[in-house]
Design a protein around this ligand. Structure first.
Ligand code: NZQ
Ligand code: ZN
Length: 388
């Protein structure tokens, strides 16, 4: 196991009837901004409930944060924060609203052009660039990204999606009430399952470093998602199934399983280009890329793919290659069983666009990806061809 430095200060309130905790977490004299998306949280009455809990505090609202939140939208919220001297933000939504809010809190305290904050990628923004943020909490409405318990955000600008990380941008608290997610359309639940699954594989399907705890927690998350996936889609109000999805998604990307192990975020990097170019949902892009990537990188990932085949899919017979083939096929079948298609061509993308995607990867400097930093543009092209 590699050395690591683990920090996660987010308080989690999990379960039914947890919203009331907001009252204790937000200073009584705070001027609060509630951020939200396209309207689902308004329609369900959730925003009104949060406002009632905030009582006499002065409350402002900023709605309209779109899926794959855009820089141009978020800077408008920065103006509200500055003009109204907001001192606490509550993000009510899925990954897009929470990510957008992280950017708003960072940009509000940055003196220069906020686009500078998009340039750091996976490198955390140094504390001498932004040294304080407006504190914020979240009310999670969509289990998928883990954004409710991590310090990362993904912001869209022009034709790209940019990672933004900063130690200051962990939520102070997150309310994880599975019943709040009952209103989700089936496709968003399916996307969320795939996203959580692939966050886990990105930190697990690399090469062994004898990190037994991380491996077994990762396998536990994958097995849980496989066990409850179809149920939580077909029975949206089955509390236990949904509760297990919510906590799986949070655990998949709150830093725990990524401690002390190699990571391979290639599926996400290629997936982000598919969203930026063709507007394909985040979870769907991952379902397209992962099976092809595992196939193309089967030699690099040989030992962990066998472990995955045996421990997650209970594949015990056959040659190594047969076991790996079957594990990849079962992974695909799982995504398909949730209603998520796994081929690029099924999303209306034509073969001539593969070179456009590769050009985008090049333009964004994504030319040496993976846990071993040797996944070149040529290999990305092979993956995309296999995924077509
Ligand atoms: O905007 P509203 O009207 O709220 O509708 C949303 C949106 O259309 C809807 N929705 C959310 N909760 C609902 C609901 N509809 C009914 N009932 C509810 N309870 O769902 C739609 C999608 O929401 P979005 O927030 O975009 O989805 P998700 O949570 O999947 O977030 C995706 C974003 O997160 C980024 C992605 O790149 C993408 O931009 N990611 C963030 C990560 C992180 N911060 O760590 C990691 C991830 O890998 C990911 O890249
Ligand atoms: Zn993701």
């Amino acid at each position: 196991m590699y050395n690591f430095n683990f920090y996660n200060p987010t308080r989690i309130f999990f379960g039914k009837n947890q919203l009331e905790n907001i009252d204790k977490q937000v200073p009584t004299d705070a001027k609060v901004l509630i951020t939200f998306g396209g309207g689902s949280a308004k329609k369900s009455g959730l925003i009104d409930k949060v406002k009632t809990i905030l009582g006499n505090r002065k409350v402002f609202e900023f709605g309209g944060i779109e899926p794959n939140p855009r820089y141009e939208t978020l800077v408008k919220a920065v103006e509200v924060v500055r003009n109204e001297n907001i001192d606490f933000i509550i993000a009510v939504g899925g990954g897009s609203v929470i990510d957008g809010t992280k950017f708003i809190t960072l940009a509000s305290n940055y003196k220069g052009d906020a686009r500078d904050l998009l340039k750091y990628g996976f490198m955390p923004i140094p504390l001498n660039v932004v040294n304080k943020v407006v504190p914020f909490g979240t009310v999670l409405t969509l289990p998928a990204t883990g954004s409710e318990m991590n310090s990362g955000a993904v912001i869209s600008y022009e034709h790209g999606k940019f990672a933004v990380m900063c130690e200051l941008s962990f939520p102070k608290f997150s309310i994880l009430d599975p019943t709040i997610t009952f209103t989700l359309p089936k496709i968003q639940v399916a996307n969320g399952i795939v996203d959580a699954f692939i966050h886990t594989t990105e930190q697990y399907l690399t090469y062994p470093v004898d990190a037994k705890i991380q491996d077994r927690i990762a396998e536990g998350i994958l097995l849980t998602l496989i066990e409850i996936g179809e149920t939580t889609i077909s029975e949206p109000e089955n509390y236990d199934a949904r509760a297990n999805l919510v906590w799986s998604a949070t655990m998949a990307l709150n830093g725990v399983i990524g401690t002390g192990v190699p990571q391979d975020w290639t599926t996400h990097m290629i997936g982000h280009e598919l969203t930026a170019l063709f507007g394909i949902d985040h979870g769907q892009t991952l379902a397209i890329v992962l099976p092809a990537l595992l196939d193309v990188r089967r030699d690099k990932k040989h030992a962990k793919l066998l472990q995955y085949a045996e421990r997650v899919w209970n594949i015990k017979n056959g040659t190594d290659d047969e076991k790996i083939d079957l594990a990849i096929q079962k992974t695909k079948d799982f995504f398909e069983s949730l209603g998520v298609k796994t081929k690029l061509s099924q999303y209306g993308v034509t073969a001539d666009k593969i070179s456009v995607i590769v050009d985008q990867l090049k333009a964004h400097g994504l030319t040496a990806l993976s846990e071993t930093r040797d996944l070149s543009l040529e290999i990305s092209k092979q993956i995309l061809e296999k995924a077509f």
